[in-house]
Design a protein around this ligand. Structure first.
Ligand SMILES: Nc1ncnc2c1ncn2[C@@H]1O[C@H](COP(=O)(O)OP(=O)(O)OP(=O)(O)O)[C@@H](O)[C@H]1O
Length: 660
């Protein structure tokens, strides 16, 4: 004997518009019904032991003559349940052991739940009094009910894109009768109309919605990935544990950026806050005086969107040498500008993952890779000028100006703090998001040269020169664009492929003895570009706000699910039927079954997220819509509104909270 359809969404009445359903049900029971020939069908086994309810025969007087027209059959078997059809009386199980409770998703009600107010002193035991909520045979839907069910025609505030994704029917066969549950706009936080903030197109700083989610997933995956634990690394060091090297080249390729000291970068987790950090270790450096760390104090006060924040520094012998370790914020999946723009072009033909060398952490290999942050998305290829710039190996001018503005702003902050950056180099500037750059490895040079008493103005001049060299390198796709006799050729490339303003600012920055050379003058020169940058940044902010708005729903539903988790099946009340099986809690239990434990006509679990989302949102909004909840023994059912269930959930939760 097949399993009973305990929470079937359809009324199982062997008549009328339920013909396709009843046919299936009969087949379930091994009884063939071969006489379905009209919209007003009949059951051939009505008088031969059919287990289903058959309405009284007076109905048949108004039955139109049977038609054998295929069109009529199709209409009868494929049309979704209509408002009128829902009006038909719902099967109320009598004493027969073979009768099944049935619950359409929303049932017309004329009998209301007497009282489910959380404040009622003694909630009724609904299991004992459910007859009141059944439908007497032949009861008709009121005009009000009909209007109510016509609600499905109302405006659906969700975008077509969303509903397409979410409204997956419960059953695979679309011809089956299923009352769709439109997502009602007032149950949700309305999103900003796409005419104002489009989420499908890329902003200069924010990729399209789907790519943004993927990007964040990838970052989160990288942050949480369990690193390969090397036996050479300390297990614990100054409150950091789980060390993993990030993308460090093997010794022969390793450059000595910091005054002939080589450095290694690790990711490690801080025991205090549990967050991942980047630890840059300067190998074989012996710090002689504590005063060298004064620079760290100054740098740690600088908070700027264009600078990787430094947190602390310490010396250690845990790596079997004298090492200096500086701790920075971790930006998962970031790349250096060198890796993003210069390295890949230097080795044409080699796949990126090979060019990336022995990358250990930093990019999630097992997840599909997004286009690299800095590499040109199609929107950046729009102009033929950008195309030309890319063909020649440089980066699109819009991206270049974005980098110039961000880096200039970061340099300005540092110079105004009386410091010099000293790490303006493609290998030390990180691309941490779409067209977002941050200067990394700050403060190291200051610690390493703490005893040299260098002239800060000269160092700031040097910063600007390095800035100019970086622009040349990015435009010409050549890290040595200004050295080794390449300067004239590089200048020609810039003149041909970029605007006059790029050439002017690049030349100004690398010039040696310009009388007014400082970061303030740089800003005067690039002022016209700031507006575009600001506009794009603000537009990106709107986009992100909009993305966040759609996530607000998650919090609502999560809170609801938590409450269900607290209330349902509490072990300490397992034997206390008065608590868990009566009143509010009983309704909540049945509602939980209604939401999560639906089964289809074959007895298979229905795992339709759309149904769950719709129900939970209606519950959270506390709508007046009524649903029929069927007891697990299928001997009784309740008709309650979402509003009443909401009150039950609140009451039960408050009840628990009070005793907590
Ligand atoms: N704060 C950070 N967050 C995330 N990743 C970082 C951070 N700082 C550096 N990295 C990553 O660590 C890796 C190594 O950085 P490093 O500065 O050593 O680059 P490099 O190109 O190997 O330079 P060098 O040749 O000087 O060692 C780079 O892939 C970089 O993206």
């Amino acid at each position: 004997m097949p399993r009973m359809n305990r929470h079937n969404l359809y009324a199982k009445k062997c008549n009328d518009l339920w013909v396709s359903r009843s046919l299936a049900e009969h087949e379930d029971w091994g009884i063939r019904v071969d006489a379905v020939s009209s919209a007003k069908s009949y059951c051939k086994f009505e008088d031969k032991g059919c287990v289903y309810y058959h309405p009284p025969s007076e109905d048949t007087t108004s039955t139109p003559p049977r038609s054998t027209s295929p069109a009529v059959i199709a209409a009868a078997t494929t049309s979704p349940i209509s408002a009128h059809a829902v009006n038909a009386p719902v099967f109320v199980p009598k004493a027969s052991p073979l009768s099944y409770g049935s619950s359409p998703p929303s049932a017309p009600v004329t009998h209301h739940l007497a009282s489910s107010s959380p404040s009622s002193p003694a909630p009724p035991d609904y299991r004992q009094s459910t007859e009141h909520y059944g439908f007497p045979d032949g009861e008709q839907m009121t005009e009000l009910d009909a209007q109510f069910y016509d609600d499905s025609q109302h405006f659906n505030g969700y975008s077509a894109e969303y509903t397409q994704n979410m409204e997956v029917p419960f059953y695979t066969d679309p011809s089956q009768v299923y009352m769709s549950e439109p997502l009602d706009y007032h149950l949700y936080t309305p999103t900003v109309p796409s005419a104002f903030v489009t989420s499908a197109t890329a902003n200069h700083f924010v990729p399209p919605s789907s790519a943004l989610r993927q990007l964040l997933q990838d970052r989160s995956y990288t942050s949480r990935s369990v690193p390969f634990i090397s036996s050479n690394l300390p297990e614990e060091l100054q409150g950091y544990h789980t060390f993993a090297p990030i993308d460090n080249p093997s010794p022969p390729d390793r450059k000595k950026f910091f005054f002939n000291f080589s450095s290694v970068v690790y990711r490690a987790t801080n025991s205090k806050d549990g967050l991942p950090y980047v630890l840059r270790r300067i190998e074989n450096f012996r710090l002689m005086q504590q005063t060298a760390f004064n620079a760290i104090e100054l740098w740690s006060q600088i908070r700027h969107p264009g600078i990787v924040p430094i947190h602390e520094a310490f010396t250690t012998r845990s790596f079997n040498d004298n090492s200096l370790v500086l701790v920075y914020s971790y930006f998962p999946n970031s790349q250096t500008l060198f890796d993003a723009h210069l390295k890949s072009r230097q080795l044409p033909g080699l796949p990126q993952h090979i060019q990336n060398g022995n990358r250990t952490l930093g990019h999630s290999h097992s997840l599909p890779q997004l286009p690299q942050y800095g590499q040109s998305p199609s929107s950046q290829l729009a102009s033929s000028q950008s195309m030309h710039q890319l063909q020649l190996g440089g980066i699109p001018e819009r991206v270049l100006w974005s980098y110039i503005v961000q880096l200039a702003s970061a340099i300005k902050r540092v110079h105004e703090s009386g410091l010099a950056v000293r790490t303006i180099d493609a290998t030390k500037i990180l691309l941490t998001g779409k067209n977002r750059v941050r200067i990394g490895s700050c403060a190291i040079s200051d610690v390493l040269t703490y005893d040299q008493h260098l002239d800060i103005v000269a160092l700031q001049h040097e910063d600007l020169q390095h800035f100019g060299r970086l622009i040349f390198a990015l435009c010409c796709n050549n890290p040595q664009a200004t050295t080794n006799g390449n300067f004239q050729k590089s200048l020609e490339i810039i003149s041909k492929t970029y605007s006059h303003d790029v050439k002017t600012i690049a030349l100004f920055l690398i010039s040696k003895n310009h009388p007014h050379k400082n970061i303030g003058t740089v800003f005067e020169m690039i002022s016209s570009r700031l507006v575009t940058e600001l506009d794009d940044a603000l537009e990106g902010m709107d986009r992100l706000e909009n993305e966040m708005l759609s996530e607000l729903e998650n919090a609502r539903l999560f809170r609801l699910l938590c409450k269900f988790g607290f209330i349902n099946e509490r072990p300490e009340f397992a034997r206390d039927a008065r608590w868990s099986e009566t009143g509010d809690r009983y309704i909540i239990k049945l509602f939980r079954d209604y939401v999560f434990h639906q089964i289809d006509e074959r007895g298979n679990p229905v795992t339709n997220m759309s149904h769950v989302l719709t129900c939970l949102n209606k519950l959270d909004a506390g709508t007046e819509e009524k649903i029929m909840l069927v007891a697990r023994d299928e001997q009784s059912c309740l008709v309650v509104s979402y509003k009443e269930i909401k009150a039950c959930v609140e009451a039960a939760f408050n009840d628990l909270s009070r005793t907590a």
